[in-house]
Every structure is written in structure tokens, then in C-alpha cells.
Design a protein around this ligand. Structure first.
Ligand SMILES: *Cc1c(COP(=O)(O)O)cnc(C)c1O
Length: 417
């Protein structure tokens, strides 16, 4: 597999746009996430193109990558945001995002989070349980406000993806059961401090087949008709996120192929459409740049111990996810089969198994497709400061998050004697 067009290889060196990754490492050190601004813009444009001429809102799922510069990039392009916490709302507002384009998902919104979102004036709460509905009504009442709501319904469609990222099945903790939705809408219609705004679903992540989302849309449209027959009108249909990307050799559908069947089902309906893509907007717009610390030739395996680890990129350890790993510079070293691992004291601390690489100690590696669920899932395990983040834009490279210091890590703690 070759790197994508935003991370080209020129004269034996890998670039982010027009900046050599070796220059990024020289300037900002490693490990370091590197994003391409053009890749972000292009991924957003792909949604806009397919949705041209429709009343549609693309709400970037902040949890995929919540760096302020990334949020600001999407805000400038006109995006809304899908948030799952009060913290993410604060980020959106700090990045200049429009609160009026924010949808708030999540199974456990606290009263403080509800207040903050009502104060900011968000577009819609995606309500995921009967008790959340009652609580939101009370909180809004106390504030003298009316909360715009959609129920996140569970269409019980199998998205055919990894069980950890499949969210629309009956057994999932997310959303309300499809068969309960009608009664919940009736209840909502009777409450003074909520206003029915829409209906939402999100069936899973890394979806590669357009059929499940179209099937979900069809089911939800049936429910919209049932509601309309009772005089309950919804203004928008939120179909969540989930479009998959190519990590290895997956055939990710084009936006037109993915959304086409679904859009066809919506023909002739006066419904605003909302999408909540995360991975497909940022996943292949970023990579994790790391340096080989040690080459270790064990009895059974060769290890390339790098300075990035599972605390920087959890997906391999967490989901057994496969990320392509490429040497940043061509090397005369012999190609050998390596386990690419981090320095953390866990056997699960790997970034890739059985990779054929020509490496010497000190070489740089790029772990591709690390723009989504990379930095946001990182931790300080083993007291490792979190990596720096760099945005490349043409010839420019800019630090968008400085590397954490050990002082940052200790700052919140006290030594009790
Ligand atoms: C995670 C999530 C998304 C984004 O999913 P992607 O697969 O990254 O597109 C959208 N909506 C909700 C409710 C989510 O939980």
C-alpha cells in the first residue's frame, strides 16, 4: 500500500504535503502526530460535494480528534460538531465553532453538561434514554429554556464491523429501543421544556458497506411516518457517522457510493439531513511519526523498539487494529521482519506485527492513518508525556499542541507526607 497523495514520497523521503517528515522530526522531535491541512479540507469537501443542493449539516465527531486547530479548520469550512461531553463543547466554542450547529450525543449526560449546552444554545440533544428525557426537561425548566431534542433510536441493524465499534444492535448500551421510540416521542410532545427537533441513529464505525446505513435510514423513515400520522413532526434526520477508511487493503466506498442509496430513499422529503462523521474526516489526514530507539534481534523475533507506544496510539492494543508502518527514508539496511513495539511494560504494547522493514537505529517510521482515535485516546501510562501535534499546510509546519512536559504530568498531584 502506498501513502496517500497528501503524504507523498519524493527522492526516497516521505513528506507531509511539501514538508519532509525528517524536517518535522528535526524541529519538533518524536513521537509526534503530523496532520495535513489539505487532507482535512479535502475530506470535508467530499461530504459537501455529495450533499450539494440538500439541506444538510455535517457535524464533525469531535472525539475522533479534538485538537483546537483541527476543530477550527472544520469550523471555517462550515462544519457543525457532534460532541459527547461538556469538555468537547468547551473545545468547540474555544475553536470558534458555532454552538447552533452542535449535536450532543452520549448515554450519560450530567446535569452540568446539560446546563452548559443549553446555555450555549446547541442545535440538538440526542437523547438516549427515558430518564435523560425527564432530566433534560427539568434542567431546561429550571433555566427557563426549551431543549431541542432528537431520540437516538437503535434500528437493530448489523453494521458488520468490529464488535467494539458496532453500536446500533439491540444489545448495545446506546440509544433507545426502536419499539419504544413512539411512546418516548409522545411523552416528549407532552413536556413543556423540550421541543421535538429530529431523530437520530448511529449504527457503528469503520463501515465499509453502504447497505446497513441505507437499511437503518429506511427503518427510521418508517418511524418518521408513524410519528407524522400522530401529528409529531421531526425536522431533521441524523444518520450518525461511521464511514470507514482504508487502513490496509479495505475497499472504503466513495462518499457517493456510501451516501447514494441512502439519499435516494430520502427523495421528495423535506427533511434536513445531519451526519456525524469522525474517522472519515481525519483518519487518513494524520500519521504518527516515531523514531527507532533500539533494534533487538531475539531468538524468535526481531524487534524494532520505537519511541511511540500504546499510550500514543492505543488502537493496535485495544482493537488489534492494523496500521501501515513505513520507513520515512529509504535505507540500505537489510529488509527484515520486525515486531514494531513501544517501550511500555505490557506485552500488548505493539504498533505492528510482522512488518518487513529496512531499518537502522535512529531511523524514522511513519505510522499511517493515525489521525482518528490517535491523540484523543492517548494516555500518560508509564508516565509518558503525550506527543506533540503538528499541522502541515503546504510548505508550512506549525505546532498545534506542544509536547507535554514531566512538570505537566506532576502538576495536578500532591505529595502527602
Ligand atoms: C463515534 C461517533 C461518531 C463518529 O464515528 P466515526 O466512525 O468516527 O465516523 C458519530 N456519532 C456518534 C454518536 C458517535 O458515538
Amino acid at each position: 500500500m502506498t501513502p496517500n497523495q497528501f503524504f507523498p514520497r519524493r527522492d526516497g523521503v516521505m513528506y507531509a504535503e511539501n514538508v519532509a517528515l525528517s524536517a518535522v522530526a528535526d524541529t519538533f522531535a518524536t513521537p509526534c502526530f503530523v496532520y495535513s491541512r489539505a487532507a482535512l479540507t479535502s475530506a470535508f469537501a467530499a461530504y459537501q460535494q455529495v450533499l450539494t443542493g440538500r439541506d444538510a449539516l455535517v457535524c464533525y465527531a469531535v472525539k475522533a480528534n479534538s485538537n483546537l486547530s483541527i476543530l477550527a479548520t472544520f469550523a471555517q469550512l462550515g462544519a457543525g460538531f457532534d460532541i459527547v461531553s461538556g469538555g468537547e463543547l468547551a473545545r468547540v466554542l474555544a475553536a470558534g465553532g458555532d454552538a447552533g450547529k452542535v449535536v450532543f450525543s452520549g448515554v450519560g449526560k450530567s446535569e452540568a453538561e446539560m446546563c452548559a449546552a443549553l446555555e450555549a444554545g446547541i442545535f440538538c440533544f440526542n437523547v438516549e434514554s427515558p430518564s435523560e428525557l425527564e432530566r433534560l426537561n427539568q434542567v431546561a425548566g429550571r433555566m427557563g429554556k426549551v431543549a431541542p431534542i432528537a431520540f437516538r433510536v437503535n434500528p437493530n441493524v448489523d453494521p458488520k464491523t468490529h464488535p467494539y465499534i458496532s453500536t446500533g444492535l439491540k444489545s448495545a448500551k446506546f440509544g433507545v429501543a426502536f419499539d419504544d421510540a413512539l411512546n418516548l416521542y409522545r411523552r416528549a410532545a407532552s413536556l413543556p421544556h423540550v421541543r421535538i427537533q429530529g431523530i437520530a441513529c448511529h449504527i457503528g464505525s469503520q463501515l465499509l458497506d453502504p447497505a446497513p446505513i441505507a437499511e437503518a435510514a429506511e427503518k427510521v423513515l418508517g418511524l418518521i411516518d408513524t410519528l407524522a400520522a400522530e401529528g409529531i413532526t421531526v425536522q431533521h434526520l441524523d444518520l450518525g457517522g461511521g464511514l470507514g477508511i482504508r487502513y490496509q487493503d479495505e475497499q472504503a466506498p466513495s462518499h457517493a457510493d456510501y451516501l447514494g442509496p441512502l439519499l435516494a430513499k430520502l427523495a421528495g422529503r423535506a427533511l434536513k439531513l445531519v451526519f456525524e462523521p469522525g474517522r472519515s474526516l481525519v483518519g487518513n489526514a494524520g500519521l504518527l511519526l516515531t523514531k527507532v530507539e533500539t533494534l533487538k534481534h531475539g531468538e524468535a523475533k526481531n524487534f524494532a523498539v520505537v519511541d511511540a507506544a500504546m499510550n500514543d496510539l492505543a488502537r493496535p492494543a485495544l482493537y488489534d487494529a492494523w496500521h501501515n508502518i513505513v520507513a520515512v527514508q529509504d535505507s540500505a539496511a537489510p529488509v527484515q521482519c520486525y515486531e514494531v513495539v513501544g517501550p511500555i511494560c505490557e506485552s500488548g504494547d505493539f504498533l505492528g506485527h510482522d512488518r518487513d522493514l529496512a531499518l537502522a537505529e535512529g531511523d524514522l517510521l511513519a505510522i499511517l492513518s493515525a489521525g482518528a482515535y490517535g491523540m484523543t485516546m492517548s494516555s500518560n501510562y508509564n508516565t509518558r508525556p503525550r506527543a506533540a501535534e503538528v499541522m502541515v499546510d503546504g510548505e508550512q509546519m506549525r505546532l498545534i499542541r506542544r509536547r507535554e512536559t514531566l512538570a505537566d504530568l506532576l502538576a495536578a498531584e500532591q505529595t502527602l507526607l
